[in-house]
Design a protein around this ligand. Structure first.
Ligand SMILES: [Zn+2]
Length: 90
């Protein structure tokens, strides 16, 4: 398989769960605030996955409750994508 697609260092090019090609612009953020509903697709108490529209000064997504989120999820299977702490989601 040839894959010329390249993301920022530390960010995988394919989802480890479903092998979907990862584009930073497609990734969902995982909500970390309290009082938010569980993810409507995953259920089971999994935190909400959402398409971030707001970001803090460091480029981290801000969830609907206003909490900064440091975890990202696959846009297809919603599985968490492990991102090295020093790599910015943006
Ligand atoms: Zn996936």
């Amino acid at each position: 398989m040839t894959d010329h697609h390249a993301n920022e260092p530390g960010i995988p090019t394919r989802c480890p769960h479903c092998s979907a090609a990862i584009d930073l612009a497609d990734l969902l953020a995982i909500a970390e605030g309290t009082g938010l509903p569980e993810d409507p697709v995953l259920g089971g108490g999994e935190p909400l996955r959402f398409r971030p529209a707001r970001f803090d000064v460091a480029g981290r997504p801000i969830d609907p409750s206003g909490a900064v989120c440091g975890r990202l999820a696959c846009h297809r299977c919603r599985g968490e994508i492990a991102i090295p702490a020093k790599a910015s989601p943006r």
